[in-house]
Design a protein around this ligand. Structure first.
Ligand code: E4P
Length: 214
């Protein structure tokens, strides 16, 4: 499964990149606003060292302006993926980006029907928001299973990019349910390493290692 970070913080991105575990980056307008930096400047900096897909979201809600913004973002680097909201005008723009060979990530997906429409439009990625569904009393993880089944039924190649992943259980479950990728905040990525028995076991090995000769 491909592992993406859901952040625009360069220091966090570098840490995972340096581990050799980073497959790509997703951003959204809230994440960019939190960074306090200029949108295109952040995307330029990320793509200067991340070679996997880097999602940058259009800000308009009509297809003509989405296409204009998307073309500008796509010109920053060949690995920029244009993130488009799941509204009719968004999917209209996705059809055009697909014709031009520009990859897209359709975001704000909350139902299997929406995911089916995005695949029909030719989306490269669909981003179902797990945590936000849980927040309002639905089972976000079920959505991953439903989309997997539908895409497999019809052979759609759109990749399922599990988003709004809030904890390690979400991460494990989306992997079990066949998501192609998951995008995580850095804090959740760090948690994936942790188990108390790993720490206790390592302390004991290091203690015993003092008795060894090489
Ligand atoms: C991913 O594309 C989204 O930007 C992100 O995962 C949303 O996460 P949140 O619901 O925690 O804001």
């Amino acid at each position: 499964m491909n592992l993406f970070l859901d952040t625009a913080e360069i220091a966090e991105i570098k840490k995972v990149h340096d581990l050799g575990l980073l497959d790509g980056i997703t951003t959204n307008p809230s994440i960019i606003a939190k960074s306090g930096r200029k949108f295109t400047e952040v995307i330029k900096e990320i793509t200067s060292f991340v070679k996997g897909p880097v999602s940058a979201e259009v800000l308009s809600t009509d297809s003509a302006n989405m296409i204009k913004e998307g073309l500008e973002l796509a010109s920053i680097a060949e690995n920029v993926v244009i993130k488009v909201p799941l509204i009719p005008e968004g999917l209209k723009a996705v059809v055009e980006f697909t014709k031009k060979g520009i990859r897209t990530n359709v975001t704000l997906c909350f139902t299997a029907n929406q995911a089916l429409l995005a695949a029909k439009a030719g989306a490269s990625y669909i981003s179902p928001f797990i945590g936000r569904l849980d927040d309002v009393g639905y089972d976000g993880l079920d959505l991953i299973s439903e989309i997997r089944e539908i895409y497999d039924n019809y052979g759609y190649e759109t990749e399922i990019l599990a988003a709004s992943v809030r904890n390690p259980i979400h991460f494990k479950e989306v992997a079990l349910r066949g998501a192609d990728c998951a995008t995580l905040p850095y804090s959740v990525f760090e948690m994936l390493f942790k188990h108390p028995l790993t720490d206790i076991g390592l302390s004991k090995f290091l203690e015993d290692a003092k008795k060894l000769t090489w």
